[in-house]
Design a protein around this ligand. Structure first.
Ligand SMILES: *[C@@H]1O[C@H](CO)[C@@H](O)[C@H](O)[C@H]1NC(C)=O
Ligand SMILES: *[C@@H]1O[C@H](CO)[C@@H](O)[C@H](O)[C@H]1NC(C)=O
Ligand SMILES: *[C@@H]1O[C@H](CO)[C@@H](O)[C@H](O)[C@H]1NC(C)=O
Ligand SMILES: *[C@@H]1O[C@H](CO)[C@@H](O)[C@H](O)[C@H]1NC(C)=O
Ligand SMILES: *[C@@H]1O[C@H](CO)[C@@H](O)[C@H](O)[C@H]1NC(C)=O
Ligand SMILES: *[C@@H]1O[C@H](CO)[C@@H](O)[C@H](O)[C@H]1NC(C)=O
Ligand SMILES: *[C@@H]1O[C@H](CO)[C@@H](O)[C@H](O)[C@H]1NC(C)=O
Ligand SMILES: *[C@@H]1O[C@H](CO)[C@@H](O)[C@H](O)[C@H]1NC(C)=O
Ligand SMILES: *[C@@H]1O[C@H](CO)[C@@H](O)[C@H](O)[C@H]1NC(C)=O
Ligand SMILES: *[C@@H]1O[C@H](CO)[C@@H](O)[C@H](O)[C@H]1NC(C)=O
Length: 697
C-alpha cells in the first residue's frame, strides 16, 4: 500500500500541471457577451444557490432565476371530495406476475390529487435584482458599449455599459458558503437616478421549457414586508402560502430603500455615492449576521482558486486542432457550471439552478450522471454534500414503496422532491435503472477511500437496495432464471411496459449491483444474504438478436423498425457506463462491436438526449476507437452554447445538465482509462497533459 502510494505520488509529480497553467487554460475560456441571451444567463453560485444575470450583470432586462436547493412551494391542495389530502392518492394497480401491485400512477378517478402531486412542490425563484434608471421603459437597446466577462477562476461577472453618456461598471459575485449575491457598482449615475430594484414573483406551474421561473402579475396571492433594520441594512420577508423566507440586504455608504410600489412587490434602493457595495442574502429564516461584500469577494476568490487547482485536470492546449479546443471549452465550462448548479445538498435538477425542468424536481436515475463527475474529477467533498445522506433520508419512504408492492428492501423513487416523494407517473413508477446507482456511487467512493468508514456509511443503503433488487427479480419456473419485468420501463422510456422483459442494460446493471453488494459484505467479513447470490447466479442471460445486444429480450424488429432505434441506446451502456461483469459469462466482444456499428448506422441520434453521446463515446473508448469517441462528443446534436450550457434539443429543456456531467465522465475515461487499460485514450497524435484521474471501473 505504502509503495503504491509513493508510486502514485511520483506519477502525479511527474505529470503535475502547474496552477499557473491551469489558470491559463481556465481563463482562456472565460465567457464574453455583449448582449443578453434570451435563453441562458451568466451565473454565479455555489451549488446550492445561483444567481442568473443578463448583460447588466443583474436581472434588469431578463428575469433570470435566483434559485436554491431549499426554496420550494406548494399550491393549495384540491378541494375535490376524497382528493383533499396526499394520503387520498392510491395510484393504480397493475398485474405483475400474477398479482396486483400498486404503482404511483395518475389515477383518472383521482385526477386532481394526481396532478397536484406531480406539480407540487415546485422550486421557486427567490427574487430578481436589477437596475432602475430613474425613468420608465428603458430597454437594453438604450445601453451602449455593453461588455461582460465571466471570470471562472474567481467566480466573478464583470459587466459594463454606458447609459445616457455615463459609464456603469458592475461586479457580480456569489458567496461560496451562504446564499448571497454580492454586487459592486461604480457610476456617477448612482447619484442621479440609477438605482436597484428588488422584485418577487409568485410560483408558476410550468413543467419546463420556460427560461424564467415565476409570474409577476399574481401579486395578491403572496405578500412581502420590508423591515429597515439599520441605516445600512434591511430585510424583506416573502410569504407564499406555507413558504416563507427572508432576504437580508446590506450596503456600504448612504442608501435608502422604499416600496413596495402599489400593487407590486417591487422595492427600489437608491444610493448617494458613486461606488456601491450591496449584498442580498437569501435564507429560509432570519440570519443573525450576513457576510459583507469584501468577505464574499475574498471567499469566492479562494473557493474557485482551490476548486480549479485541486482535483483532476485535462490540458488539451498543446493540441493544434479546433476539435480539441472545442472539447476543452466544453470540459472547462462544464466544470464551472456543475459546481454552480449541481454541487448541492439535494440531487440537482436537470436544469440545475438556471430554470425549472419538471417543476424543479430531481430525477434519481439521472443523479448518476449528475453527481458522478465530482468523484471522477477528484472533488469528493462536493459529492458528499448529497451522498450518501440523500439515500439515508429517502430510505424510509423507499422501504415503504417496496413494502406496499410486496417486495423486500428499498425501492428508490424517480421524479423526486426534497421529502423523497416520487411524483405519480407511469414511467416514474416503472423505471428501474436508478436502483443500482447506490452501488456505483459506493464503489467509486471506495476506490478512492478504501476504509471502514466508507464501508459502514454505505452498508445499510446497499443492503436495502440489494434486498429489493433480489426480491424484484422474478423466478421464471419455465426457464429456470430470474427475469426483470414486466411491467417495467427500461432506460429508453419508449417500450410497451407490459411486454418489456429482460432489458439488456438493466440485466447487466442488476448483476453489477448485486456483485458490488456481495463484495461489500465480503470486505466487511459479514455474511452475504443467500438470495443475492442465488439471483445473481441465475439472472436471465443478456439477450442477443442477430449477433447484437437489443433493447430487451424478444423485442420485435430490433434494427428494422424506426420505433425501436430511438430514445436512449442503453445497450451501449453495458460496455460504456458499466465495467465488464465480474461474475457470470463474459460479454461477447463481437456482439458489442456489431451493436455499436448498428447504433451508428440506424439509431435516430437526432432525437437523442445529449448524454447518449457520452455513453456512446465511452463505449467507443472501450472498443478502442478514441476518434469515434470524440466524434460522438462533438456531434451536432450534442450542443453547448456560448456559455457552455448544454442545449436540451427537441425532447428535454435547456439547459440539460446531464449532458455536461456525462461529458466529464467520458473525458475522465479518456484521461484515466479504466481497470485493465489504464492511462490516456485520446485520438492518435493528440499530446495531452492529464492529472489526478483514477481509472474508471
Ligand atoms: C458582440 O458579440 C458577438 C459575438 O461574440 C460578436 O460577433 C460581435 O462582433 C460583438 N459586437 C460588438 C459590438 O462587440
Ligand atoms: C408540500 O406538501 C407536501 C405534502 O403535504 C409536504 O410533504 C411538503 O413538505 C410540502 N412542501 C412545502 C415546500 O411546503
Ligand atoms: C367519497 O368517499 C365516500 C366514502 O367512501 C363516498 O361515499 C363518496 O361517494 C365519495 N365521493 C366522491 C365524490 O367520490
Ligand atoms: C398494462 O396492464 C395493466 C393491467 O395490469 C393495464 O391497466 C395497463 O393499461 C397496461 N398498460 C399498457 C401501457 O398497456
Ligand atoms: C411605458 O410602456 C408602457 C407599456 O408599453 C406604456 O403603457 C407607458 O405609457 C410607457 N410609459 C412611458 C412614460 O413612456
Ligand atoms: C440624460 O442626462 C441629462 C443630464 O445630464 C438629463 O437631463 C436627461 O434627462 C437624461 N436623459 C435620460 C434619458 O436619462
Ligand atoms: C399573468 O400573465 C400571464 C401571461 O404573462 C397570463 O397568462 C395570465 O392570465 C396573467 N394572470 C393574471 C392574474 O393577470
Ligand atoms: C475514509 O473514507 C471517508 C470517505 O468515505 C473519508 O471521509 C475519510 O477521511 C477516510 N478516513 C481515513 C482514515 O482515511
Ligand atoms: C418466462 O420466460 C419466458 C421467456 O422469457 C416468457 O415468455 C414467459 O412469459 C415467462 N413466464 C412468466 C410467468 O413470466
Ligand atoms: C473534427 O471533428 C469532426 C466531427 O467529429 C470530424 O469530422 C473531423 O475530421 C475532425 N477534425 C479533425 C482535424 O480531427
Amino acid at each position: 500500500m505504502r509503495v503504491l502510494g509513493i508510486l502514485v505520488l511520483l506519477v502525479s509529480i511527474a505529470e503535475a500541471i502547474s496552477v499557473c497553467q491551469r489558470r491559463k487554460v481556465v481563463r482562456s475560456f472565460n465567457v464574453r457577451r455583449n448582449a443578453s441571451s434570451l435563453t441562458t444567463p451568466l451565473q454565479v453560485g455555489n451549488g446550492n444557490f445561483a444567481f442568473g444575470a443578463d448583460v447588466t450583470g443583474l436581472q434588469t432586462f431578463q428575469p433570470y432565476g435566483t434559485l436554491s436547493t431549499w426554496g420550494w412551494h406548494n399550491f393549495s391542495l384540491p378541494t375535490t371530495a376524497n382528493q383533499t389530502s396526499v394520503d387520498d392518492f392510491t395510484g393504480l394497480q397493475w398485474w405483475t406476475h400474477g398479482r396486483l401491485v400498486p404503482y404511483a400512477q395518475p389515477n383518472p378517478a383521482q385526477s386532481d390529487i394526481s396532478t397536484w402531486l406531480i406539480q407540487n412542490p415546485q422550486r421557486i425563484n427567490l427574487g430578481n435584482i436589477g437596475f432602475t434608471f430613474g425613468r420608465p421603459n428603458v430597454t437594453e437597446s438604450d445601453l451602449q458599449q455593453k461588455e461582460q466577462v465571466l471570470d471562472m477562476w474567481t467566480g466573478k461577472i464583470s459587466s459594463s455599459f454606458v447609459y445616457n453618456g455615463s459609464a456603469v461598471g458592475v461586479e457580480t459575485w456569489a458567496a461560496p458558503d451562504s446564499d448571497t449575491v454580492a454586487i459592486a457598482i461604480e457610476s456617477d449615475l448612482l447619484k442621479s437616478g440609477l438605482g436597484l430594484f428588488l422584485d418577487f414573483p409568485y410560483p408558476d406551474r410550468n413543467k419546463f421549457n420556460a427560461p424564467f421561473v415565476g409570474v409577476w402579475n399574481a401579486t395578491d396571492q403572496h405578500s412581502t414586508a420590508l423591515d429597515r433594520t439599520s441605516s445600512n441594512s434591511a430585510t424583506i420577508k416573502h410569504t407564499l402560502g406555507q413558504t416563507t423566507y427572508v432576504v437580508t440586504l446590506l450596503w456600504e455608504g448612504e442608501g435608502a430603500i422604499s416600496g413596495p410600489a402599489k400593487g407590486t412587490h417591487r422595492y427600489v434602493f437608491t444610493a448617494a455615492t458613486n461606488k456601491l457595495h450591496f449584498t442580498a442574502s437569501f435564507a429560509p429564516t432570519l440570519q443573525p449576521e450576513a457576510a459583507t461584500f469584501g468577505a464574499i469577494v475574498q471567499a469566492s476568490r479562494d473557493w474557485w482558486r482551490s476548486y480549479w487547482s485541486s482535483g483532476a485536470f485535462i490540458d488539451l492546449s498543446a493540441v493544434k486542432s479546433a476539435n480539441a479546443t472545442e472539447l476543452q471549452r466544453r470540459i472547462i465550462l462544464s466544470q464551472y457550471l456543475l459546481a454552480v448548479n449541481s454541487a448541492s445538498s439535494n440531487p440537482p435538477q436537470e436544469s440545475g439552478l438556471v430554470n425549472n425542468g419538471w417543476y424543479g424536481k430531481f430525477h434519481l436515475e439521472m443523479n448518476l450522471w449528475n453527481s458522478l463527475p465530482f468523484a471522477r474529477w477528484g472533488h469528493f467533498p462536493l459529492l458528499w454534500r448529497s451522498l450518501p445522506n440523500m439515500y439515508n433520508r429517502f430510505l424510509h419512504s423507499s422501504f415503504e414503496r417496496a413494502h406496499t408492492q410486496g417486495y423486500s428492501g428499498a425501492r428508490w423513487g424517480k421524479m423526486t422532491d426534497p421529502t423523497g416523494r416520487s411524483a405519480p407517473g407511469e414511467i416514474n413508477s416503472l423505471l428501474i435503472w436508478q436502483q443500482a446507482h447506490p452501488m456505483y456511487f459506493a464503489e467509486m467512493v471506495y476506490r478512492s477511500y478504501p476504509n471502514s468508514t466508507t464501508l459502514s456509511q454505505w452498508d445499510d443503503i446497499l443492503t436495502a437496495t440489494a434486498d429489493f433488487m433480489a426480491s424484484y427479480a422474478f423466478f421464471n419456473a419455465s426457464t429456470g432464471v430470474y427475469d426483470l419485468g414486466p411491467p417495467m420501463y427500461p432506460v429508453s422510456e419508449n417500450t410497451p411496459p407490459n411486454a418489456t422483459i429482460n432489458p439488456t442494460f438493466e440485466l447487466a446493471y442488476w448483476r453489477f449491483g448485486l456483485d458490488v453488494a456481495i463484495r461489500w459484505k465480503t470486505r466487511q467479513s459479514l455474511p452475504v444474504p443467500e438470495q443475492w447470490t442465488t439471483v445473481r447466479d441465475n439472472l436471465a442471460a443478456l439477450p442477443v438478436v442477430d449477433g447484437t445486444y437489443p433493447v430487451y429480450e424478444g423485442i420485435p424488429d430490433m434494427w428494422t423498425d424506426s420505433k425501436t432505434t430511438n430514445d436512449h441506446p442503453a445497450m451501449a451502456g453495458i460496455f460504456g457506463l458499466l465495467p465488464p461483469p465480474s461474475s457470470g459469462p463474459a460479454l461477447d466482444t463481437k456482439a458489442l462491436r456489431k451493436t455499436a456499428d448498428k447504433i451508428k448506422q440506424h439509431w435516430a441520434l437526432e432525437e437523442s438526449y445529449g448524454w447518449d453521446f457520452s455513453m456512446l463515446a465511452m463505449n467507443s473508448l472501450r472498443l478502442g476507437d478514441a476518434e469515434q469517441a470524440v466524434e460522438y462528443l462533438l456531434h451536432p446534436i450534442f450542443a453547448f452554447d456560448d456559455t457552455g450550457y448544454p442545449v436540451g434539443g427537441s425532447r428535454v429543456p435547456t439547459p440539460y445538465f446531464p449532458n455536461a456531467a456525462s461529458l466529464l465522465l467520458a473525458t475522465a475515461m479518456m484521461a484515466g482509462g479504466w481497470d485493465g487499460d489504464e492511462g490516456k485514450h485520446f485520438p492518435r497524435g493528440w499530446v495531452v497533459d492529464v492529472e489526478g484521474f483514477m481509472p474508471a471501473l
